[in-house]
Structure formats: structure tokens, C-alpha cells
Write a protein that binds this ligand. Structure first.
Ligand code: ADP
Ligand code: MG
Length: 373
């Protein structure tokens, strides 16, 4: 089977066993050199804690499947949460990993990373190429596709933008209701080094294209798909598993800062597709009957890789610091419905030079906050 045909092969969703929940993780980045550190975001185990800026007596607690604080390494995130997900593609399953958050919160760092601190993309591909399962007599092939979705239009990042139609690539559905992108490049790669070169060039394509259009790359979703396929000779079948690694467009409300017509249309498309993604995740995790995949291009394309037997993970990136409070608050509310509001524990301390309680003000508020009579 050709890779394209393999991509079109439909797996049943939800018919082969219980559907998987989409795991939701939170990662806070460290303060950057020019930022003044404060204690506005705290993490403990699976909880993120912020103080309500509107009511400083209130602490807001948000629960996640895992939390990664500012000291967490790229390696620990990959090993603890991402690698176990990626392992499933050897069973012929799909896995989809999103990074969600405002611009500057650490999405690209998490997905791509740097030479010194490689992110999930290089780690995943390296992991696949060094995996001992790849060295068995099953002949694995690895194919890569990389594209971006900008204002609901799809652009192949493995070809120069000049050679593409300004309206981008279409989405098609075949007779079996499989969604696919005709003519999207699916490049076979045979080593990590080859992948690195290809990915580097594609990232350049992305930034050159965005510079030409005078837009920031943070306004598009970038989707890297790594597919492995292999032949099971005894059963005369070809199997495939895919992992999609997605650097989402910045989730900030662009209407707050920019009001040009072009920017409004762009913000509308970004906000809508992120909103739909949130609804899809929520619908899947609450076991809803109708999942609104069709309401945005991205969820439509990823329909077969999200929900059912496919595994999904949303990494919620937040920036520390009071100045990001509104963005952090919106991000956390978007990402988790499990919010708890608690009153800040008050320690009541009064100046009392004598070892007596006579210095306590009358009607002092003690303990639970009810004035004692
Ligand atoms: P985004 O893609 O969400 O806009 P970036 O990934 O570009 O954000 O991160 C913004 C800045 O913060 C970059 O300079 C990046 O290197 C840095 N950064 C983000 N996350 C981390 C982290 N976990 N450790 C160190 N630096 C980080
Ligand atoms: Mg980015």
C-alpha cells in the first residue's frame, strides 16, 4: 500500500474498545532575563494555583493530569508523558499532541525547542529512529508531512510558498468518509539526520512566508505528522501509526490590541478554530454523543486522530508573572473545567509586646473569619 493509501485507510473510532480521554497538561515557562520574577503562579503536583487579581483574598486552583513547573526539563516532559503516547503508534494507533497558549508562553519551545534544549519534535523523531522495534524484520518506513493552517487555509511547508496557490490546499473526503489533503507532500525519511535537514528547511519556509505576508508565524497552526508504516507479511496487511505534533496559533485575544480589518478576520479565524478545538476536547472527555469535528479545518483534518482509539494530549503553556494574569486566567479557564476557588488562609498577627492577649483589637477577626462577640 502506498503511504497515501495507507493514510486514507480508516480505523474505526470507538468501536474497538473504550475511547481514550484527552490528557491535559500544564507547563509554566521560567521568567525570562528581562522579566521581574514574582510568585503569581504556583504549582503543586497536579494543581496550578493563581491568586485572583480581582479579589486577592481568593486563590484559584486548576487541576490537570500533570503539571510541569519552570524547572522542568524538555527531557522530563518527553519521558514522562509524551513517549508513552508515542509508543502507541507501534500498535497502529494515532496520537495527537497540541501546545495551546498565548504568544510567548512557550509553545514553540515545547514543540520545537532549540539546539541546546530540543523539544518534542526532534525527541520524538529521534526516539522512533533509535527504537529497537524499528530494527526488527518488519520493514518500517517513516513519512513526514508538515503544513500550516492560516485563516482556515492549508499550506504545505515542505514546498516553497511561491509554488503554492494563495488559497492553499483543499480538504477532500473519500468514499469511506476519510478526510485527506490531496497533494500534501508526504516525504519519506530514512534517518534522523535527513529529517533534521528537511524540518529545518520547512521551518525556514514558514518564517519566510509569514514575513512576506507581514504576519507573525504565531498566527497560524503548524502541524507536523510523522507516520510509520510496516508490512505484516503473515497477515498480508500493511499497518500504520501516526503522531501529530501541533504548535497552535497564539490564543491571545488579538482584538484587544489590534483593530485593522485584516487582523480582525485573522483573529476571528484563530479564535474560532481554538474554540472549536476546546469544544472537541470537552466533548470527547465528557463522552458527548456529537463531537463538533466539522466546525473547523484543523479538527476536521485530525478527526481520525482525535478521539476513538486515538490518543490525544493538550499541553497548556502559560507564562509566569502578574503582567500575564489575564492571559493565564483565560488559558486556564479554557483548558480545564476543574477549577476550585478557595479563600486565602489568613494568618492574623498583631503586635503584642506583652505575653497577654490584651493587645488583640476588640472584635478581632480570628480563624474562620467570623467576628467573635
Ligand atoms: P510561543 O511559541 O508560545 O510564542 P516561545 O516558545 O517562543 O513562545 O517562548 C517564548 C520565549 O520563552 C522564548 O525565548 C523561549 O526560548 C522561552 N522559553 C519558553 N519556554 C521555556 C522553557 N521551558 N525554558 C526556557 N525558556 C523557555
Ligand atoms: Mg511560537
Amino acid at each position: 500500500m502506498t503511504p497515501k493509501a495507507a493514510t486514507k485507510r480508516r480505523r474505526s473510532s470507538g468501536k474497538d474498545g473504550p475511547a481514550h480521554r484527552i490528557k491535559v497538561l500544564c507547563r509554566v515557562r521560567p521568567f525570562l532575563k528581562h522579566e521581574t520574577p514574582d510568585n503569581s503562579v504556583a504549582m503543586a503536583d497536579q494543581t496550578v494555583k493563581i491568586v485572583n487579581q480581582r479579589n486577592p483574598d481568593e486563590v484559584l486552583l486548576y487541576s490537570f493530569d500533570s503539571c510541569y513547573d519552570a524547572s522542568a526539563s524538555q527531557q522530563s516532559l518527553f519521558q514522562q508523558d509524551v513517549r508513552p503516547l508515542v509508543d502507541n503508534i507501534f500498535q497502529g494507533l494515532d496520537a495527537t499532541i497540541f501546545c495551546y497558549g498565548v504568544t510567548g508562553a512557550g509553545k514553540t519551545h515545547t514543540v520545537q525547542g532549540s539546539t541546546q534544549q530540543p523539544g518534542l519534535v526532534p525527541r520524538t523523531v529521534k526516539y522512533l529512529f533509535t527504537n529497537k522495534r524499528m530494527r526488527t524484520k518488519l520493514r518500517y518506513t517513516v513519512h513526514i508531512s508538515y503544513y500550516e493552517i492560516y485563516k482556515e487555509a492549508i499550506f504545505d511547508l515542505l514546498v516553497p510558498r511561491e509554488s503554492m496557490s494563495p488559497s492553499g490546499l483543499p480538504i477532500r473526503e473519500d468514499g469511506n468518509k476519510n478526510i485527506f489533503i490531496p497533494n500534501l507532500t508526504e516525504q519519506e525519511v530514512s534517518s534522523y539526520a535527513q529529517f533534521e535537514q528537511l524540518f529545518h528547511r520547512a521551518c525556514k519556509n514558514r518564517s519566510t512566508a509569514s514575513t512576506k505576508l507581514n504576519l507573525a508565524s504565531s498566527r497560524s497552526h503548524a502541524i507536523l505528522t510523522v507516520q510509520i508504516s510496516w508490512r505484516d507479511v503473515s497477515r498480508q496487511t500493511t499497518l500504520r501509526g501516526r503522531v501529530h505534533l501541533i504548535d497552535l496559533a497564539g490564543s491571545e485575544d488579538n482584538r484587544r490590541t489590534e483593530n485593522g480589518k485584516a487582523r480582525m478576520a485573522e483573529s476571528g479565524a484563530i479564535n474560532k478554530s481554538l474554540f472549536v478545538l476546546g469544544q472537541v476536547v470537552e466533548a470527547l472527555n465528557s463522552g458527548a454523543h456529537r463531537i463538533p469535528y466539522r466546525d473547523s479545518k484543523m479538527t476536521r483534518i485530525l478527526q481520525q486522530s482525535l478521539g476513538g482509539q486515538s490518543l490525544g494530549m493538550m499541553i497548556v503553556n502559560i507564562a509566569p508573572g502578574q503582567q500575564f494574569y489575564v492571559e493565564t486566567y483565560n488559558t486556564l479557564n479554557f483548558a480545564t473545567k476543574s477549577k476550585q476557588i478557595v479563600n486565602k488562609a489568613k494568618v492574623h498577627e498583631f503586635h503584642s509586646p506583652n505575653a497577654s492577649t490584651s493587645d488583640l483589637p476588640r472584635n478581632a477577626v480570628v480563624g474562620l473569619g467570623k467576628a467573635r462577640r
